[in-house]
Design a protein around this ligand. Structure first.
Ligand code: DQA
Length: 146
């Protein structure tokens, strides 16, 4: 089985560190990537880590993960609440997928209460800041070891 995990990040997550730090925390996406790589390496996995502001590019990355990876973590950011294309791409691949969010969308504006992604993933982790990524990796790796 592949020892590669994909971690995909949607729009505006390239601005982490500066973007509404009271909601999303002080870590940059590079900091989060480094933390994820270290955690995955200890567990014997490689990471392919991507960010895109473009919906179709995220769909392409999901399809690539379906061909090359053992599992996928995705923070679809604002596309969580709008994207049928990302929902369909996740449904089309046959690897475990974990949806993660830094914030807790359930506590926020009403337009964040719907996730088009949740119906297409194995599970969701949200509200733990940057640690949501590590908790997501832990969940995914545990699942893959079963
Ligand atoms: C987010 C939550 C989304 O509602 C928002 O659009 C984001 C980030 C999070 O990680 O908390 O961009 O996915």
């Amino acid at each position: 089985m592949s020892k590669t995990l994909y971690i995909l990040n949607g729009p505006n997550l390239n601005l982490l560190g500066n973007r509404e730090p009271e909601i999303y925390g002080a870590k940059t996406l590079n900091d989060i990537e480094a933390d994820c790589r270290a955690f995955a390496k200890d567990a014997g996995y490689d990471i392919i880590f991507k960010q895109s502001n473009i919906e179709g590019e995220i769909v392409n990355h999901i399809q690539d993960a379906g061909s090359n990876a053992a599992g996928l973590i995705i923070n679809p950011a604002a596309y969580t609440h709008t994207s049928v294309a990302i929902h369909d791409a996740l449904k089309a691949i046959d690897i475990p997928c974990v949806e993660i969010h830094l914030s807790q969308p359930a506590k926020r504006e009403s337009f964040r209460q719907i996730s088009f992604v949740s119906q297409a993933v194995t599970g969701t982790i949200s509200g733990f800041g940057a640690n949501s990524y590590i908790l997501g990796l832990q969940a995914l790796i545990n699942l893959l070891r079963k």
